[in-house]
Write a protein that binds this ligand. Sequence first.
Ligand code: UD1
Ligand code: CA
Length: 457
Amino acid sequence: MTTRFAIILAAGKGTRMKSKLYKVLHPVCGKPMVEHIMNRVMETQPQEIVTVVGHGADKVKEQLGERSQYALQAEQLGTGHAVLQVEPFLKGKKGTTLVISGDTPLLTTETLNNLFEYHQGKNASATILTAKADDPTGYGRIIRDHVGIVEKIVEQKDANPEEAKVTEINTGTYCFDNELLFEALSHLDTDNAQGEYYLTDIIEILKANGKTVAAYQTEDFEESLGVNDRVALAQANQIMRKRINHQHMVNGVSLIDPAATYIDAGVKIGAETVIEPGVYLKGATVIGEECVITAQSQIVDSVIEDGVVVKSSVIEESLVKKGADVGPFAHLRPKAEIHENAHIGNFVEVKNAQIGEGTKVGHLTYVGDATLGKEINVGCGVVFVNYDGKQKYHTTVGDHSFIGSNANLVGPVNVAQNTSIAAGTTVTQDIPEYAMAIGRVRQENKENYAKKLPFLN
Ligand code: UD1
Ligand code: CA
C-alpha cells in the first residue's frame, strides 16, 4: 500500500452557524463533527495526520489531542491557503494525501477507503470525491467535458447559469499525489468571487500540467452533507441518528419508535433491551441486556447493567447494577450506585450514594452523600440531611435497618445494622445495633376539642 497522509481542514469560523462555538466543534449525535472526522480518518490508517486550525485552535487541539499534528492558519484565506499551511509537515514526502473538511461528519470509512483505492487504480494525481445532489445549492460543481472527463470545480458563487445547473457536487474530500499537491499549491491565486485561495482550483492547475484528475462518485449524497448552518446540522444529526439506531436494531435492541429515540454515537446497548420513545442515551453510556427503558428517560455517561428497568427517569454519571429498578420519575445524580435488585421508586433523588443490594427507597426521598447497606427499607419522605450551607456530611446505614417515613438523618451520623428509626424521627446521634431511635414530640389528645373547630360547625 502507498503511504497515506491526511489533512483535516478545521480553521474556519463557521460564520453561517451564527454561534460562539467553533463550527467543527458542534456536536452530531453527541460528538463534535471534527471528532467524527478524526475517527474515520484514523480508520484509513494514515502515517501522518495534520489538522489545520485557526478559529478556536486551542479548543480543537484539546478535542483531538495527540492523534494529530497541527498547522496554524492565522488568517482564513481559503481552503487552498489552509492546505498550504501544512507544507512544513508534508511537502516533498512520497505518498497519497487525503484532504477532508472538518464539517462533513457523515462520510464513512468505507467511502474514504474506496476513494484511496480508486485514486490508486486510476493512477491519478488528484481524485475528487463527488456525489449527485437533488439540490446542489452551496456546493462546488464538478464540470466535465463532452466525454465526461473532469475539467474543473466551479464554486456556487463563481458559476455561470449553465454550470449552476450541474448536480454533481464536490464533497470537499480529495486524494492527491502528495508531492504534486504542494507543487501546485504555490500556483493558486485569489481571482474569484470570494477573493480566497480555493483548493478546488488545484484541479485546473494539475490538468494544465498534463496530470490525470479523476472523480469518484459516491452512491449516497447524504454521506457528503457539508454542515455550514444549523439547518444542515439538524439534518446531519437526523441522518447519523438513523444509522446508529439501525445498527442497534440489527444487534437485537428493540426501539419502539426509532425516529423518536436519541442515542449518541458510541453508546453501547445489549441485545433484548427495549427502548421506548423519547429516550435520550448520551455520552459514554453503556446499557446491558434485557433492560427496559421507558418513555422520556435520559441517561448520561452511566452504566446500566443487565435486566434493569428504568421508568421515565433521569440518570447522570451513575451505576445501576443487575436487576435493579429505577423510577418512575427518579433522578440519579453523579456517583449514585444502585446495587443488585435495589429499588428506587418515584420522586427519589440519589446523589453520591451507594444503595446496597435489595434495599428499597420507594417514595419521595433524598439520599445524598450516604452509604446504605443491604436489604434496608427506607420509608416515604426520608431526607438525608447532608449540607449545612458550607460543607457536605456523610451518613452510613447498616444492613437490614428500617427507616420510618418522614425521618431526617442529619449527617454526619452512623446508623448500625439491624436498627429501626421511628417515623418522623430526626436522627442526630449514632444508633447502635438492635436499637430503635425515636425522637418526636409526644402526642396529646384533647377530648371533644374538635367540636369547637369550624369544620364541624
Ligand atoms: C467547500 C468547497 C466546495 C465543496 C464544499 C463541500 C472550496 C473553495 N469549496 O466549500 O467546493 O462543495 O466545501 O462541503 O474548497 N477552512 C479552513 N480555512 C479556510 C477556509 C476553510 O480551514 O481558510 C476549513 C473550514 O473550517 C471547513 C472546510 O475548510 O472545515 C471547508 O470550508 P467551508 O468554508 O465550509 O467551504 P464551503 O464553502 O463549504
Ligand atoms: Ca462547508
